[in-house]
Write a protein that binds this ligand. Sequence first.
Ligand code: PRP
Length: 179
Amino acid sequence: MIQPYTEILSEILIPADVLQKRIAELGAEISADYAGEELLLICILKGGVMFLTDLVRHITVPTAFDFMAVSSYGVGARESTGQVRIEMDLRISIADRHVILVEDIVDTGHTIAAVLEMLETRKPKSLKVCSLLDKSERRETVAPIHYRGFEIPNKFVFGYGLDLDEYWRNLPFIGVVKT
Ligand code: PRP
């Protein structure tokens, strides 16, 4: 049985209306920065899905999107080695296109650093990162974030794309897990 989220939640860190307001701002900022250009957003599954689908509604330049899935080379490996591998690759080419990677959270930074390195070899016209959450206290490697939603403290968070054993990604807010 999956516990109701109300039994796991200690506090709401970012309420739904605050999330949506910030996402609208990010969409407007991206739209202004890419005025006159075409854009390709790449969502890293699964956590970035909720954010991507809300963000694109606020982008006014011609925008395509695609998905990729990555995982670490084994339990704990990402923390120690920073190695990630592609589980599901993009279906479209990024060569000579303006690309923004869309993530729910940058934590140690290993995922985004590795994906950036892999995608740079495919020669995009530009490659940037948009992350809803930045838990910078936990950073272990250089991970540039060009568009950042919120800086958050080092707490175990869930909701709005972030899961607890695959559940509760659908919550409209970011919550903190009871310890
Ligand atoms: C989460 C998140 C990022 C990554 C960030 O994905 O969506 O991709 O971890 O962590 P890092 O900065 O320490 O590398 P996760 O592996 O939990 O998969 P999910 O998105 O499918 O839940």
